[in-house]
Ligand binder design. Structure first.
Ligand code: UTP
Length: 294
């Protein structure tokens, strides 16, 4: 059995769709209720059974690393003010059962390039990728159920996988869209035959989009390093996956369980906040009352 313990979380993008909010604050640090998005993502990785997070980061994003560090001054103040519950919550963030390392992507040359930057920290091991702006919410169970399923399947079969959700027609041209064929040997939806980055609706092979969770064998790096930059001079992860499949490597598709919010988009970021607020016993009622007045 091959262990899968490392997960790459790329946080080096510029977050231009959320400007000006993201001029000085990383989009991964924007809050959903009272927690930054990145904390939900790291908690998802812990739930899924990962042991090591590798953040691919940028000089402007030091607050993400700070968030997971111990804050002596804050803890001392909370202790003096006898704010026990808050103190416990703050202490838990720096005592997570996962190690967090980071490496820089000097220039935002695309998601594929960001993943390549983590190669030395991954070494010879397989790895997962979780995109920090794609937040999953589940009514029953944990947001990390899908990622856990992918990890366990890899440890059993040693086959790469991608999590797929169903896109609305209007959203198809925003994501990597996959074509799959059934495979009764493996859990999940089947094997991916091809995947295209941001196709027009006419060229999209289905409505199944990559939902920001991936698992790869180590040799995937070889395909990433050969991808040519696109017209915006960015290295696309989707192109490397397609080449990997064309070369005869298997990529299994899993079906997203729950709802996904692209928090890099203004409207979806607000919806994600509403989704989580509606799970909160007190805030839920405030929102319901507010909406009644509109
Ligand atoms: P996005 O394209 O959604 O993020 O990349 P972005 O580039 O930050 O946002 P916009 O499009 O300008 O609004 C998906 C993830 O990949 C990371 C981003 O931080 C985001 O979490 N990424 C993207 C990198 O780490 N490096 C890159 O060069 C590009």
């Amino acid at each position: 059995m091959k262990k899968l313990e490392k997960v790459i979380i790329p946080v080096a993008g510029l977050g231009t769709r959320m400007l000006p909010a993201t001029k000085a604050i990383p989009k991964e640090m924007l809050p959903i209720l009272n927690k930054p998005i990145i904390q939900y993502i790291v908690e998802e990785a812990i739930f899924a059974g990962f042991k090591e997070v590798i953040l691919v980061t940028h000089s402007s994003k030091y607050s993400i690393e700070n968030h997971f560090d111990k804050s002596f001054e804050l803890e001392a103040t909370l202790e003096k003010r006898v704010k026990r519950a808050t103190l416990k919550e703050i202490r838990n963030i720096s005592k997570l059962s996962i190690s967090i390392q980071s490496i820089r992507q000097g220039e935002a040359k695309g998601l594929g390039h960001a993943i390549l930057c983590a190669k030395t920290l991954i070494g010879k091991e397989p790895f997962a990728i979780v995109l920090p702006d794609m937040l999953i919410s589940k009514k029953n169970g944990n947001a990390g159920d899908s990622l856990k399923e992918m990890r366990l399947c890899f440890e059993k079969h040693e086959i790469s996988s991608v999590l797929l959700g169903k896109a609305k027609k209007a959203d198809i041209s925003k994501y990597g869209i996959a074509q799959i064929k059934n495979d009764s040997q493996l859990p999940g939806l089947g094997l991916i035959e091809k995947i295209i980055e941001k196709p027009s609706i006419n060229k999209a092979p289905s409505n199944l989009y990559a939902a920001g969770r991936y698992v790869f064998t180590n040799d995937f790096f070889k395909y990433l390093s050969k991808v040519k930059p696109d017209k915006f001079n960015e290295i696309q992860l989707t192109d490397a996956i397609d080449n990997y499949i064309k070369d005869g490597k298997k990529v299994n598709a899993f079906s997203l369980k729950g709802d996904l919010f692209d928090c890099g988009d203004n409207a979806e970021y607000i919806l994600a906040n509403l989704e989580y607020a509606m799970k909160h016993p007190v805030i839920k009622n405030k929102i319901k009352n507010y909406l009644k007045t509109k």
